[in-house]
Design a protein around this ligand. Structure first.
Ligand SMILES: O=c1ccn([C@@H]2O[C@H](COP(=O)(O)OP(=O)(O)O[C@H]3O[C@H](CO)[C@@H](O)[C@H](O)[C@H]3O)[C@@H](O)[C@H]2O)c(=O)[nH]1
Length: 471
């Protein structure tokens, strides 16, 4: 398994690997890791996982020192380039062990590459084994990028110049311009994604972190007549790694969060968290603070700061030294009973807590799956990457989530701040009017859990993958 070292991508790969070997005794998994600033906690959970099963091995590549001036795009590309030689070496080691094992069975059965490591897929061919791809984003996004690439390469349609809505087979409704992800409207991102997508078409199959009951339309749109060059897609999710929180966050600060949550009534707290990179300027922080205060609801707010001018541009967000510096004056005193503002916090364990009644989320796919798993309704506030498409899918296509703000592209440059009163309204809608939606989240949560049980759809799909993988 060759993951890309980002927090949104690693835990799903770890969890899927674990599931894979629990479902079959014909496979073991070696995960090739590289230490980067994206995933500082990487070792704490890989160590604990490696200890859990001898068929799960980790190879840690030496530290990768990023060029501090590189953008996130450049950084990802250079990480993958740095991985290349070592991935080959690791594979050679596995092949050499099979030669020495005397069993005559090849030990290297194949590779699974993160979709953003597609540049390494040629390694599989060198070793004469299949290359599969793992997609941490959902089936809708996968269908979307296949379609955009087909439009681009076969019909000479450049979506960055379309400017209106776009009909895509993976969604029943056309995607309005404001919900199109960066890969459809931004030339740099599109060029990168087109490259990945062309290579992914050459994979033997694509594993996707989703489940049929949630995304049947998108999954069906990718098989058969619609686009006959798409490799088989295996929905194997939801892959929600519940252990990461237990392993990585056993400290006083975290214990204090849970002591406070324990004292709050059931379903009374709104949780706000914006993924590994979601941060705001001072003006927006102030509006959120006032919006929360005016809503009168209890809250738990993860607030992190963007990298400063002298830090690498590609770093993930970090905790503030002192939150008092950024919050409006007197806010903490006035809300001492009603809420808590914290730095990085164990999101899954928080969503699992009975005091949480709603989640204001940036709509990263892991966050959505975690919220579905614990049946916590979302108010969507997408920020970057494919999150606007995820939000559109949740709010408009599936009618599951409410909205806080659906796009940063909907408004003009100077008008991107969401006001305190919009935030107040959004929180009230989420916490007070969501009964019907809450039932839907509970039903979906039950389906998410069932799909992983023996004979559930994702369990069966994983079994199908194992059979195909081993030929
Ligand atoms: O304070 C925090 C913040 C985040 N998390 C965890 O970090 C992960 C974040 O993943 P996700 O919600 O997917 O957000 P991103 O980190 O933004 O993920 C990237 O990767 C996802 C999967 O490809 C994409 O859907 C996103 O758009 C992309 O930004 C989740 O497991 C959260 O539980 C915490 O535990 N504590």
């Amino acid at each position: 398994m060759i993951p890309i070292p980002a927090i949104g991508h690693l835990p799903p790969v770890f969890e899927f690997s674990k599931r894979l070997i629990s479902q079959t005794n014909r496979l073991s998994v070696t995960i090739v890791l590289i230490r980067t600033p994206f995933a500082p906690e990487i070792e704490s959970f890989s160590d604990s996982l490696a200890a859990s099963d001898p068929r799960l091995a980790f190879v840690m590549l030496p530290d990768f020192r990023p060029d501090p001036n590189s953008t996130r795009i450049e950084l990802f590309a250079s990480v993958v380039a740095a991985q290349e030689g070592r991935v080959r070496e690791v594979a050679r080691g596995i092949v050499a062990r099979s030669a020495g094992s005397g069993s005559g069975n090849p030990l290297l059965a194949g590779f699974v590459f993160d979709m953003f490591c597609s540049a390494l897929m040629g390694t599989a061919a060198e070793f004469g084994v299949p290359a599969y791809v793992f997609s941490p984003p959902n089936a809708t996004f996968l269908g979307f990028v296949f379609h955009v690439q087909k439009l681009h390469d076969e019909e000479r349609v450049d979506t960055t110049e379309v400017g209106g809505e776009l009909a895509v087979p993976c969604l029943t409704r056309s995607v309005p311009w404001w919900a199109l992800p960066d890969v459809a409207v931004d030339k740099t991102w599109q060029a990168i994604m087109l490259e990945h997508t062309r290579r992914i078409r050459g994979a033997k199959g694509v594993l996707v972190n989703t489940f049929r009951e949630l995304e049947s339309h998108a999954l069906d749109s990718m098989c058969g007549a619609q686009d006959d060059d798409v490799p088989p897609v295996y929905p194997v999710g939801p892959i929600v790694n519940l252990e990461v929180d237990d392993v990585a966050y056993d400290d006083d600060r975290t214990n204090e969060i849970f002591r406070w949550l324990d004292d709050q009534p059931d379903s009374s707290v709104v949780f706000l968290c914006f993924g590994t990179m979601g941060t705001f300027g001072e003006d927006q922080v102030r509006e959120i603070a006032y919006g929360l205060e005016q809503s009168g609801h209890r809250f738990l707010w993860v607030l992190r700061r963007p990298p400063s001018d002298h830090e690498p541009k590609s770093n993930i967000s970090t905790d503030y030294d002192d939150l008092i510096d950024i919050l409006p004056e007197g806010f903490s005193d006035r809300t001492v009973e009603a809420g808590r503002v914290v730095g990085w916090a164990p999101q899954k364990a928080i969503l699992a807590h009975k005091a949480i009644g709603g989640f204001v989320s940036h709509c990263g796919w892991n966050s959505i799956l975690e919220s579905l798993w614990f049946a916590v309704p979302i108010a969507a506030w997408p920020m970057y990457a494919e999150q606007q498409l995820n939000a559109f899918q949740l709010v408009v296509e599936l009618e599951l989530a409410t909205e806080m703000k659906l796009s940063y592209r909907m408004k003009g440059e100077n008008d991107m701040i969401v006001s305190a009163s919009e935030i107040e309204r959004g929180i009230r809608r989420l916490m007070e009017e969501g009964m019907e939606k809450r039932v839907k989240w509970e039903e979906m949560s039950e389906m998410a859990r069932k799909t992983l049980m023996v004979s559930g759809s994702s369990f069966s799909s994983t079994g199908r993958f194992v059979r195909d993988f081993l030929g």
